[in-house]
Design a protein around this ligand. Structure first.
Ligand SMILES: [Fe+2]
Length: 315
């Protein structure tokens, strides 16, 4: 069987909420923001009453359907606001209406700020979102046995230079690897994974890198550095066959035939089906020196490269 993988190289579809749906989203955002007291912004999820927000409800259903059953990824445009506080509220409201936000770290945060803190590297134990490193293709749902249904990456500001997103459909990878059945078999076996950054207590678990949905769609779980680290911690070194399978997988992930590239602009949200879709970014250079914390009063246009990330489960 041969699969035409050229279809996987098409640019992700760009979608814009209608003016009516965007107004409904802003209305819900204002309610959430004005009733907020004290705690972090990502604690109380927004709720959508289809009778009160019919346009938004219909357009959310369309977005879910495109990501679930279509291209597995899309870019939503036009979520433009002036300052960081407004951006956080808008993204939180949007995300918590699209799906159920998942906890992403040991502090119970459901929205993660992605920007360079100027600290440790990934190899030194930092999580990816705290660095400006590129190069490792992965999906985000590797730190928890349960997958992520929707990954949202919302761009507040792009870098001065670089920071392109590289997007790879797991189906394209599978199609390329069909020429190497023994590699596919190895990837379908269990590997060790770790819960890096998710809890104070370190936990390892086993899962395959490649599996399939009930409909036969290839599902992926891959972040090589985390897998190598988990195998070290488990005291179970990767076998020669496992390393070979990872090398084959990495070689395919490096091929332009499977990659789509996109440079997210301020106000654009990337939404992907995380367990069907890999991503990475290219190395980037910022305008200003890195800092450990960004003030909510900052205007988006004054920031270094800045993204908000959410992990969602289906409602
Ligand atoms: Fe990621």
């Amino acid at each position: 069987m041969s699969i035409d993988i050229s279809r996987f190289r098409q640019e992700p579809a760009k979608v814009r909420l209608s003016a009516a749906a965007f107004d409904e989203l802003l209305g819900i955002t204002n309610i959430i923001a004005s009733s907020h007291q004290g705690s972090r912004f990502d604690t109380a999820p927004a709720h959508l009453n289809p009778l009160h927000a019919p346009h938004l409800n219909a357009e959310f259903n369309n977005i879910r359907s495109m990501v679930d059953h279509g291209s597995h990824v899309l870019i939503l445009e036009g979520l433009k606001v002036d300052n960081l506080a407004s951006f956080k509220w808008l993204v939180w409201t949007f995300g918590s209406l699209l799906g159920v936000p998942m906890v992403q770290n040991h502090l119970d945060h459901k929205v993660i700020e992605v920007y360079d803190r100027g600290g440790k590297s990934i190899e030194e134990g930092a999580r990816y979102h705290q660095t400006r490193q590129g190069a490792y293709v992965h999906n985000d749902g590797v730190s928890d046995p349960l997958p992520i249904d929707y990954l949202i990456l919302a761009c507040g500001q792009k870098a001065l230079l670089g920071g392109e997103s590289i997007l790879i459909d797991a189906s394209a990878v599978y199609a390329e690897l069909m020429a190497f059945p023994e590699i596919l078999e190895e990837l379908k076996c269990d590997f060790f994974f770790e819960n890096r950054g998710m809890a104070e207590e370190e936990k390892l678990f086993k899962a395959p890198i490649l599996s399939f949905s009930d409909e036969g769609v290839p599902l992926i779980r891959y972040f090589r550095v985390y897998i190598e680290s988990a195998h070290l911690k488990a005291g179970v070194p990767l076998t020669v066959e496992q390393n070979k399978a990872l090398d084959f997988l990495d070689a395919v992930l490096d091929q332009s035939s499977v990659q789509q590239r996109v440079l997210l602009e301020s106000g654009q949200l990337l939404i992907s089906a995380d367990n069907k879709f890999l991503h990475t970014r290219t190395h980037f250079i910022d305008r200003h020196l890195p800092c450990a914390q960004v003030n909510d009063a900052e205007r988006l246009k004054d920031l270094n490269r800045y993204m908000l990330r959410m992990w969602l489960r289906k409602p």
